[in-house]
Ligand binder design. Structure first.
Ligand SMILES: [Fe+2]
Length: 256
């Protein structure tokens, strides 16, 4: 039995479609750990694929924010990019897709063939927002009370696999915006209980060409490309240096 784990697609269809091609249908179940939207500019096919083919999906903080019309306020770092793409993504999705995101559970169990999975975007303690990487000691108290062999998470955009007692904590990394220094799309496969991580190259030029068709501002496209190329390794100062001359900070404050 092969379980495909997907997280943090972030409206990057160029990356996600490359992952889908790489998997080539060789999975029995697909579990999605949330954050389908924001940062990228091609959310429609991403949400459609997950809605049609994922067997279980949980809500990410960006899904929540878009669906609930949480204002995307940002003057620095990646928040500027979210502030630019959130209203655009909301415009690009149809009402049924937004409703799909709105109704996603923040956590859920999934059981198949004797294996039990617990899905949450961030951590069981704070399902949508707590940022926690491969820190074994901090994960230990957070998995107490979780009645599942596999705890599957996203949010940190960093792939990892921790074995803690008889539990396994797995983050497949990010499809659409990796932050571990490797720009390639990341996903994981649990194959007969064994966890495999995969990286997939994709056409960044096609990704950027698509962005240019959306009317997104040139500085935002430049920022998105720089973040993707760096594998999420840019400093806040480096990100903030990419801005149009003379543009006032309040311009980045946008609401949906
Ligand atoms: Fe994310």
């Amino acid at each position: 039995m092969r379980i495909l784990l997907i997280a943090d697609i972030h409206a990057n269809w160029a990356a996600f479609s490359a992952v889908i091609n790489h998997v080539d249908g060789a999975f029995d179940y697909c579990l999605c750990l949330g954050d389908l939207v924001d940062y990228g500019t091609d959310p429609h096919p991403c949400v459609n694929w997950i809605r049609n083919y994922a067997d279980a999906v949980v809500r990410g903080n960006h899904d929540h924010a878009l669906a609930q019309r949480v204002p995307a306020v940002g003057t620095s770092g990646l928040r500027r990019l979210a502030a630019m793409t959130r209203p655009l993504n909301r415009h690009q999705l149809d009402p049924s897709q937004i409703e799909f995101l709105r109704q996603l559970p923040v956590s859920r169990y999934f059981q198949v063939a004797g294996s039990k999975f617990y899905l949450v975007h961030a951590t069981p303690r704070d399902p949508m927002d707590e940022y926690l990487g491969p820190d074994r000691e901090r994960w230990k108290p957070r998995i107490e009370g979780i009645d599942a062999q596999f705890l599957c998470v996203g949010h940190s955009h960093t792939p990892f696999h921790l074995s803690i007692g008889d539990r396994q904590v797995i983050n497949p990394g990010s499809v659409g915006q990796p932050r571990d220094g490797d720009w390639r799309a990341s996903y994981a496969m649990i194959d007969e209980g064994k966890v495999e991580f995969h990286r997939v190259s994709y056409d960044l030029d096609a990704c950027i060409s698509q962005m240019k068709t959306t009317g997104m501002k040139a500085w935002a496209i430049e920022l998105a490309l720089a973040v993707l190329k760096s594998g999420g390794q840019m400093t806040r100062e480096e990100m903030d240096a990419i801005r149009p001359d003379g543009e006032d900070v309040p311009e980045f404050r946008q609401t949906t």
